[in-house]
Design a protein around this ligand. Structure first.
Ligand code: ADP
Ligand code: MG
Length: 339
């Protein structure tokens, strides 16, 4: 049983950033308006994610950390329809608890008191009353303490923190209406305001120079054919693109600032990054890349996101159409720069 749990852990939990991803998704699923992430030593020593979401009732705490525990699927048909919440496998807390020491502390909104439960290497302790604000706090320490082989694969603190930062940044930019903060070894890395404004979130995460260079991308087929993509009548696919892209002079030496979302989900898709880069044409110096925060919407049936629980890669049925839509949208936004 324990072994199965540890093997399963390899699928979901590869490194501290994977733990952070699951915990932040849970917080967002719980309707949080604030999500505070704090990690120690890149997350290898400790991870804490606190939210002000709906919380978990004391009598549900044990179930929440059990195998296949999910409150998010009503029926099996929900799976076919495509669920709107981020997590739906019901295995993240169970799996993380199998390879760490984890405490889940929660007080449901409006409840008088809270409770907590601790799991150490899969061993679930007693549910105890705990003083805690409304919402949920999950603390994970000593990740992989009982799986030395996996612990050995952890990289330097700075590298692990980079991965954590990428994950939290991704969710912060995708959810400008949620105040997301990140702290490393007691120092604040960034904190978004949660005021619903994407540019304000970009300002918090990337700073003023980048935020001011950003131009709005908004492209929706409105009955006219744009770049060969239909209007969405009948069987035609509807592709929508929105977000922000930077002035060609505001660049970095890495592609990692090209952040893309498909149907609200943070993904890495080379086709999207390449489409953005193509739109800039020769306006960017070699080996430099723009900033972009782009939201692409395609019909759910047109995209395969079930590639792997740990991976964020997607495949599109109509990849050329998606590529053209993103390139067109980006090029139009750049026109605002007079470019
Ligand atoms: P999943 O997210 O796939 O349902 P998890 O193992 O991540 O599975 O979480 C199990 C259950 O615990 C969730 O379905 C939810 O009911 C509860 N839960 C976990 N984290 C939170 C949170 N931050 N706030 C409220 N409920 C939570
Ligand atoms: Mg989850």
């Amino acid at each position: 049983e324990r072994t199965i749990q540890q093997i399963a852990a390899g699928e979901v939990v590869e490194r501290p950033a994977s733990v952070v991803k699951e915990l932040v998704e849970n917080a967002l699923d719980a309707d949080a308006s604030r999500v505070a992430v704090a990690v120690e030593a890149g997350g290898t020593e400790g991870i804490r994610v606190r939210d002000d979401g709906v919380g978990i009732a004391a009598d549900q705490l044990e179930a929440a950390v059990a195998e296949h525990a999910t409150s998010k699927i009503g029926t099996i048909e929900d799976l076919d329809r495509g669920v709107s919440t981020l997590g739906f496998r019901g295995e993240a807390l169970y799996t993380i608890g199998g390879v760490s020491r984890m405490t889940v502390r929660s007080r449901p909104r409006g409840a008088e008191t809270g409770a907590e439960v601790t799991i150490e290497g899969g061993e679930v302790g007693e549910v105890r009353p705990a003083g805690t604000p409304e919402g949920t706090t999950v603390e994970v320490s000593d990740l992989f303490y009982n799986t030395p082989a996996r612990r050995k694969f952890l990289k330097r603190t700075a590298t692990e923190f980079d991965h954590v930062n990428t994950v939290v940044t991704g969710y912060a930019l995708a959810n400008p209406d949620v105040a997301v903060s990140l702290e490393h070894d007691g120092r604040e890395t960034f904190a978004t305001e949660g005021n619903g404004d994407l540019r304000s979130a970009v300002l918090a995460v990337y700073g003023r120079e980048v935020a001011e260079s950003m131009r709005k991308v908004r492209w929706t087929p409105d009955g006219t054919e744009v770049a060969g993509i239909g209007a969405g009548d009948g069987d035609e696919p509807v592709i929508r693109v929105s977000g922000l892209v930077s002035h060609p002079e505001t660049t970095r030496a890495s592609r990692e600032y090209l952040t893309t979302y498909v149907n609200g989900r943070y993904v890495t898709a080379n086709v999207l990054r390449e489409a953005v880069i193509d739109a800039y044409g020769g306006q960017i110096a070699p080996d430099r890349y723009p900033f972009a925060v782009l939201f692409v919407e395609v019909p759910p049936g047109d995209v395969d996101v079930n590639v792997h629980p740990r991976k964020l890669e997607v495949r599109f049925d109509r990849e050329p159409a998606v590529r053209r839509a993103v390139e067109t949208a980006t090029a139009e936004a750049l026109l605002e720069h007079g470019l």
